[in-house]
Design a protein around this ligand. Sequence first.
Ligand code: SAM
Length: 345
Amino acid sequence: MAGPRKIASFRLPPLPTIGEVIKLYNLRAEKQLSQNFLLDMRLTDKIVRQAGSLRDAHVCEVGPGPGGLTRSILNAGAADLLVVEKDNRFIPGLKLLSEAAPGKLRVVHGDILTYRMDRGFPDVITKAWEDDPPDLHIIGNLPFSVSTPLIIKWLENISNRTGPFVYGRTRLTLTFQKEVAERLTASTASRQRSRLSIMAQYLCTVKSCFTIPGRAFIPKPEVDVGVVHFTPLAQPQIQQPFKLVEKVVRNVFQFRRKRCLKGIQMLFPEAQRPELAEVMMREADVDPTLRPTELSIPDFRALADAYSHLCSENQGLLTYDFREELRLKHLHRRPGSCSNGTQQP
Ligand code: SAM
């Protein structure tokens, strides 16, 4: 009788350490590309564990650099790992790693902000949005310089089900400056509650995993780093278009120490400001005296719904920007300017 079948598990063959790879290829960290490397495999393994089981999974790693996190992802059993790296100095080292893991590692020299991830993986992995998440994960020790624009872009992709989210509710495990990680996960009334908290939490379950002290990186950054896990929600908590939600949230938080009414008023042209702001607050049934940080996601849902309703009744409101109105007003007030804003000779 045949014995119990052993589960095949992949381990990378012996390789030079990441420190040796850095020396071998002379990979001095470039400050411009926010390069802070993780050399401790226990830490990279710990980041990878936050993603859940990667056995036979598809993974995209952002900014693999010298490849520490990349090795941990491969050792966790990923079947297909696509890495996107902007700095070409890392490509030879990553190709060497790819040879050590035949058929498992695809190396792309490119910019994650423009890379078309919707074309990076086979269609067969796609799951319906309401279904469980697909077996595709995005993992990255992100460059600080791109982490905030990148997460905003991916949140918009989640709301439109585009980019990495054409495959379904793709999960993300990413590092951020600790302060940004705290903002992403901040709950109602906490000091760190901000625009980023609302935008992330209305679309995802956002979990703060652990903090990595700055001294764990080479070179040491000025700040500590937070690992955050995102699972897109099957049903977003706000049903309005991303840009509309972003506009309402941005306006509310621009006066974060004042009552929320102050920011809401700026959504409306000066002439109708008090009247329309009052209608919006009444329709949303939100207490106008609350501070922006005290508003819950259901409060923001009610505000976004009320604003959308007002936009459908008032042409041009959606594109109204109080800064533009202010700019034109200043222009008209300047001595020597005409009423149409042009300068007199
Ligand atoms: N993953 C490596 C580690 O943990 O040691 C390196 C992390 S380092 C903080 C960030 C990496 O992202 C660098 O390798 C850098 O070259 C790369 N990078 C920076 N901007 C990028 C971009 N727009 N697209 C892709 N990679 C980028």
